[in-house]
Write a protein that binds this ligand. Structure first.
Ligand code: FES
Ligand SMILES: [Fe+2]
Length: 400
């Protein structure tokens, strides 16, 4: 049982009056102790997005990622299953591998060369072969696949993810997410992850509302082609941590690029009506999907400290777009436009974090167009309460 360093009744004041919701108190965005509490209450219990299946297409393909302070390896094994194991060597605690690559036969720890197979089982230990018969292995986490996305959880008892996401199916199905591929598959220099110096909730809140879109981003081609006043909230399930809204655009095939319109065709199978809207889907705590007519942006973010976070970015396209002879050229210009758009958010988030550390930091009202944030706070409060009521799950054990 962990007590919230910010008394829960203070946090609950944010949603106490349904007509006047507010943000959490500033300390929830700055306090080291509250960050530790959130790791236990949220990030070590919930399903966390770590990447895409096509990042590990073949047996032996792997990448590393850190979740809630834990270095992990995501690896495709010989049966084609995707495994998530701790990267911490069972000998002295060195990290067995970092980055991404193809594990030919075994992961060999650089320190004393203990070797682990693609499921994390110890299969070699120099001058200590008897250890390999003891069932030593890297602790394994539960994984779940959803439309080509790989999720992990430290909670052995967590409810499966897919049933919780059931009401998203009619929204996401037309985009055939499983068949889309990331721009990283064609760009060897792709940087998946970005580190930021603000609390993860500053980022989540900024990404999950469309109050600022036509203001902060008002000069961008995509927002000039989007009717933000058309916002319609669809799936809103605070109990499940699911939120969704759609925007109707001023034109067909509006997308986030340098001209605001898809240049290489729409996702096959979308109806004309679907090509006039943009869907935004939030899966708490750390997933944002923006479903556009030509591509899908998927962001997976998580905290790395009280005032720092990391986001893993994917932009997914149909194969026909990736194969298009003009893809490289269009993608280059598109990336510049995306960078500029994201830079506007970063400009704001950095200053919000600064403002929340001020003695004059507000505990401001949440606006109507920000109502996803009310639901998000409700969902978080449920997690905070549950953490106060019950001990954190033991988590996976080291296994063979
Ligand atoms: S720490 Fe990995 S083999 Fe010693
Ligand atoms: Fe934004």
């Amino acid at each position: 049982m962990a007590a919230s360093p910010i008394p829960l009744h203070e946090l609950e004041a944010s949603i106490a009056d349904p007509l006047a919701p507010t943000f959490f108190p500033p300390a929830a965005y700055t306090s080291e102790a509250f960050h530790e509490f959130e790791l236990e209450a949220v990030w070590r219990r919930e399903w966390v997005l770590v990447g895409r299946l096509e990042e590990v297409p073949e047996p032996g393909d792997w990448f590393s990622i850190e979740v809630a302070g834990e270095p992990l390896l995501i690896v495709r094994d010989d049966d084609g299953e995707v495994n998530a194991v701790s990267a911490v060597c069972r000998h002295r605690g060195m990290l067995v591998a970092e980055g991404r690559g193809r594990c030919e036969r075994a992961f060999v720890c650089p320190y004393h060369e203990w070797a682990y197979d693609r499921r994390g089982r110890l299969i070699g230990a120099p001058q200590a072969a008897e250890l390999t018969r003891r069932g030593i292995g890297l602790p394994r986490l539960r994984t779940e696949l959803w439309h080509g996305f790989v999720f992990v959880t430290f909670d052995e008892e967590a409810e499966p993810l897919a049933p919780r996401l059931a009401s998203l199916e009619p929204i996401v199905a037309p985009y055939r997410l499983q068949e889309l591929r990331g721009d990283f598959t064609v760009d060897p220099d792709y940087r998946f992850e970005l580190d930021h110096a603000w609390n993860w909730k500053v980022y989540a809140e900024g990404q999950n509302e469309c109050y600022h879109c036509d203001k902060l981003h008002g000069d961008t081609p995509v927002m000039q082609a989007t009717d933000c006043n058309s916002i319609a909230f669809g799936v809103m399930e605070p109990d499940n941590g699911l939120f969704h809204f759609e925007l109707r655009n001023h034109a067909i095939d509006v997308t986030l690029n340098h001209v605001g319109r898809a240049l290489l065709g729409a996702i096959p199978g979308l109806t004309e009506a679907q090509r006039w809207v943009t869907h935004t889907v939030v899966i708490a705590p750390g997933v944002l999907l923006v479903l556009m007519p030509d591509s899908v942006i998927a962001l997976g973010y998580r905290p790395t400290g009280p005032t720092s976070m990391r986001v893993k970015r994917h932009r997914l396209y149909p194969q026909a777009t990736l194969d298009h002879p003009r893809f490289a050229e269009v993608h280059r210009e598109e990336s510049v436009a995306v960078r500029a758009f994201v830079g506007q958010d970063e400009y704001a988030f950095a200053r919000v974090q600064q403002g929340l550390s001020s003695r004059f930091a507000p505990r401001g009202p949440i606006a109507a167009r920000e109502q996803v944030l009310v639901g998000m706070n409700r969902w978080l409060l449920d997690r905070y309460r549950a953490a106060e009521a019950a001990p954190a799950p033991a988590g996976p054990a080291a296994a063979g």
